[in-house]
Design a protein around this ligand. Structure first.
Ligand code: NAP
Length: 351
């Protein structure tokens, strides 16, 4: 692999996820920010004048002085990260892939396309093989589209995958308590969230159910075969800044003790750890033993926000076990997860 830093662009750079990209790429050893793009309202302005910086600390040196451009190819970069809203992401991402750019996206538009992988590199790195067929079918020369999962699905599937591999999962019920930042900026009005919980997030339950099965499924003869586990999700917006908490019940195909499930979580790792990718968490799953953990404000930054934190494993009178998990929605569930995918693609020669 070349030691030269790859020049990357960010579509939707002024939003919640776009700013998280800028923050996480600040001193990245393999990538440097070369282009920032957003809507016509921001294009033509210097980045630091186009939006209010909502991450911790100051504007990253360099990025703050870049001119924001429209989300139209060409951009002076070698790959693009997309943090665009679903209303525009589909066509814009296709136009960049057609123009020869690898596109790695947080948007939902292409996740369920039959030739697009939804990648969690610890779990289904082999799904990347579909990209050869994608290029052929779509007539892309160098470009392609890779997606990361929905933020709640990301945290969930990390906790499910090792249990599924070791004991088989027949049924999963998940109830999410999702942070405000998951709705973008400005997102849900404060007057709707203070002293309240909103028991509806548009299309979220369907995304969790579909994407989790695709990730846990197989790629056989150029076709994705989703896993056949029964999965039911219920989603709620709560008054938390960052970090999605999820209450999960699981039914197993083969019996397992709590110690065996904990051991499956604690020993879980995959290609990002083997390849020592810069953003790979040393522990993809962090197990907490305290009765009142994980909590969003205390645990969302575990492994720099790249881990799923699990706790409260106990028997379930309806299914077999229940537990609580937590994932950082804008880090592992969005920008950080997408950067990890790019690192995996670079380490394995796809980009
Ligand atoms: P956001 O805060 O609303 O930001 C949207 C970004 O897209 C802004 O940079 C905005 O630019 C740009 N944009 C809006 N309309 C555009 C247009 N017509 N043409 C070009 N650019 C346009 O949203 P977000 O929360 O960052 O989410 C971005 C994507 O990531 C969404 O698809 C979302 O579902 C997904 N996602 C979000 C999270 C999360 O936790 N927030 C997690 C996983 C995935 P302006 O500032 O110029 O309007």
């Amino acid at each position: 692999m070349s030691t030269r830093k790859m020049r990357v662009g960010i579509l939707g750079a002024t939003g919640v996820v776009g700013q998280r990209f800028v923050e996480l790429l600040r001193d990245h050893p393999w990538f440097e920010i070369a282009a920032l793009a957003a809507s016509d309202a921001s294009a033509g302005k210097v980045y630091r004048d186009s939006c209010t910086w909502r991450m911790n600390g100051d504007w990253p040196a360099g990025a703050g002085d870049l001119m924001v451009q429209p989300c139209v190819p060409p951009l002076d970069c070698e790959l693009v990260f997309s943090a665009l809203p679903a209303s525009v992401a589909g066509e814009v991402e296709e136009s960049f892939a057609q123009a020869g750019y690898p596109v790695i996206t947080n948007s939902r538009n292409h996740r369920m396309d039959p030739d697009v992988p939804v990648l969690v590199p610890e779990i289904n790195a082999d799904h990347v093989r579909i990209l050869e067929a994608q290029r052929k079918w779509r007539g892309y020369s160098r470009g392609f589209i890779v997606t990361n999962p929905n933020c709640s699905a990301t945290a969930l599937v990390m906790a499910l995958a090792p249990v599924h591999r070791s004991f088989g999962l027949r049924a999963v019920q998940v109830t999410t308590l999702q942070a405000i930042s998951g709705a973008g900026y400005p997102g849900v009005p404060a007057s709707d969230l203070v002293d309240n919980v909103i028991p509806y997030i548009a299309e979220e339950e369907e995304k969790i159910e579909r994407e989790t099965k695709k990730i846990l499924g197989e790629l056989v003869d150029g076709q994705f075969r989703p896993d056949d586990l029964a999965l039911s999700a219920q989603c709620h917006r709560v008054n938390v800044r960052d970090g999605h908490l999820e209450a999960v019940s699981i039914g197993l195909k083969r019996p397992a003790s709590p110690e065996e499930i904990r051991a499956a979580w604690e020993s879980f790792s995959g290609p990002p750890q083997e390849l020592r990718l810069p953003s790979a968490p040393a522990r993809p799953i962090v197990v907490r033993e305290e009765p009142d953990r994980p909590q969003p404000s205390r645990d969302r930054d575990a492994e720099h926000g790249m881990a799923t934190v699990v706790g409260r494993l106990r028997p379930c009178p309806v299914l077999d076990y229940k537990f609580v998990l937590l994932g950082h929605n804008t880090v592992r569930g969005a920008a950080g997860g997408t950067i990890l995918i790019a690192e995996y693609l670079r380490a394995t020669g796809w980009i």
